[in-house]
Design a protein around this ligand. Structure first.
Ligand SMILES: *Cc1c(COP(=O)(O)O)cnc(C)c1O
Length: 473
């Protein structure tokens, strides 16, 4: 490939350049993988110094070969290798191989999801995938949804759409046109004290501020205490506040704990509220043998599903599903240059009307390809391995007097600690990092804890046994 080739075309020379770029990249990646370690162990100062030395915008371009060799030598060795069985700190998964191939299609065609004429097949596939996802999670024909950049954007989109609909119904006020009503400070969102921070962020972005987010207490299993919740909401309601949304977290980020969606639905109905299920993490369990653990998500008015967590698709891939598709009208606007109403009347679907984004990736293709390739049984095996490994690890450390593990896992995360104090746990994690083993750290009841987030489908009981020994050492 040389500097004269710019974009793909029907000409053999451009096709050859494309092939050469893709194949040489794949070879460089494969050559860089020489061990099972998740990380080279380099310290941040040394890595920064090396990266600072790299040239960025030379007077004359370096050409492909030079750049690829430099990337191979200076960058790839210090990339975090998500597929390593020694990587388990976050809800950050390795990517299924076929979904990496799907990324090649996505970026090669560079479709954009905003209007039909920027992605005809892409639009129709996203519509189909959304429809099937709605049915998988139990929504009927009124259900709809949209792909987003991640759980944060899915959550914030739900907040906006549900706030607008609530205010329209309660006060007959059009937020989209007029902005917030005078008494907007009465609006309240209720979510677990250990829920994801995107609700605080969203509340800020919506002009309601952090103070509008009421943090609900959790029980000994880290699930929302529903009795206390009802009291809190009832009191706020009777004091003239506007409680409009309860969030059920289906898989909290640290513990994977699952709020009781049935009870929260009852409370939401009593006070005329929306119920959102933040299932960014736990949604994957719908394809597992442990499906009943997450409850009936169709009871929620909206569901956040992240495909870049348990479903093992490359970042980014998330969807917001809604029970009543019309609430997504919150994002509908028409522009003469993009999504003309007359075209939509003639059957051209412009998905920009459902999204906060304008230009948007064709992430739905990854879901289409992986779901179809693996089927329900293939995915069940992946989900069952993750959840089963967490059960196994929890049992093993409970039998071992060196450890404590306060909460039995429901999904694939286990929070635990070595006995002997915070420093011992912190040092253990740092030491492992320098050896290429990356595990998580968090705080529980004021105590430093370690965390395994077990998403990797190739992880075995033997790996887990070895890790336990390594941590003890
Ligand atoms: C990961 C996560 C999010 C945020 O999702 P992103 O894809 O990282 O934006 C939100 N809620 C929960 C429960 C999560 O685990």
């Amino acid at each position: 490939m040389n500097l004269n080739n710019t974009v793909l075309s029907a000409h053999d020379e451009d096709k050859a350049a494309y092939r050469a770029a893709i194949i040489s990249t794949a070879e460089a990646i494969l050559d860089s993988i020489t061990s099972d370690e998740a990380f080279s162990g380099i310290n941040p100062y040394e890595l920064r110094e090396r990266i600072e030395k790299l040239s960025l915008l030379p007077e004359h371009g370096d050409g492909w070969e030079v750049v690829l060799q430099s990337v191979k030598k200076e960058i790839l060795p210090h990339m975090l290798r998500t597929w390593s069985p020694l990587y388990m700190p976050h809800l950050h998964s390795p990517a299924l191989i076929e979904a990496i191939a799907a990324e090649l299609i996505i970026s090669t065609f560079n479709s954009s999801m905003d209007s039909w004429d920027q992605g005809p097949a892409a639009t129709e596939i996203e519509v189909k995938v959304i429809k099937e996802l709605c049915s998988l999670f139990g929504y009927t024909e009124n259900g709809d949804g949209v792909f987003t950049s991640g759980g944060s954007q899915s959550n914030i989109s739900a907040l906006v759409a549900e706030r607008d609909r609530f205010i329209e119904k309660k006060l007959g006020w059009d937020v989209k046109k007029k902005g917030l009503p005078d008494d907007f400070r009465k609006l309240r969102i209720y979510t677990s004290e250990i829920s994801h921070f995107s609700f605080d962020k969203g509340s800020h972005l919506m002009g309601l501020g952090y103070d509008a987010v009421v943090k609900l207490p959790v029980d000994e299993y880290e699930r929302i205490d529903t009795e206390k919740t009802r009291k809190i909401i009832k009191e706020d309601y009777e004091n003239g506040l506007y409680p409009f949304l309860i969030v059920a977290t289906i898989g909290t980020t640290d513990f994977g704990s699952i709020d009781d969606i049935q009870s929260l639905r009852t409370i939401a109905d009593e006070f005329g509220m929306f119920l959102h299920a933040d299932a960014a993490y736990g949604s994957g369990a719908i394809l597992s043998s442990y499906k009943e653990r997450i409850g009936n998500l169709a009871l929620a008015d909206s569901i956040t599903v992240d495909f870049h967590k348990m479903f093992l698709l490359p970042i980014s891939a998330s969807a917001l599903l809604v029970k009543d598709g019309t609430i997504l009208d919150a994002f509908q606007l028409h522009a003469d240059y993009l999504n003309r109403e007359e075209d939509e009347e003639d059957g051209y679907i412009n998905l920009v009307g459902k999204s906060m984004q304008t230009t948007r990736r064709f992430d739905a293709l990854k879901v289409y390809i992986s779901f179809r390739m693996r089927g329900q049984d293939g995915y069940r095996k992946i989900m069952d391995t993750a959840i089963g490994n967490a059960d196994y690890f929890y049992r093993r450390i409970n039998e071992d007097e060196n450890f404590i593990a306060p909460i039995k896992p429901e999904l694939s995360s286990v929070v635990f600690a070595l006995k002997g104090g915070d420093e011992r746990n912190k040092k253990t994690r740092r030491r492992l990092l320098s050896e290429g083993v990356v595990i998580g750290q968090t705080v529980f009841n004021g105590q430093t804890m370690l965390k395994f987030t077990l998403l990797n489908p190739v992880l075995t009981h033997k790996h887990i046994d070895e890790l336990i020994e390594r941590i003890k050492a």
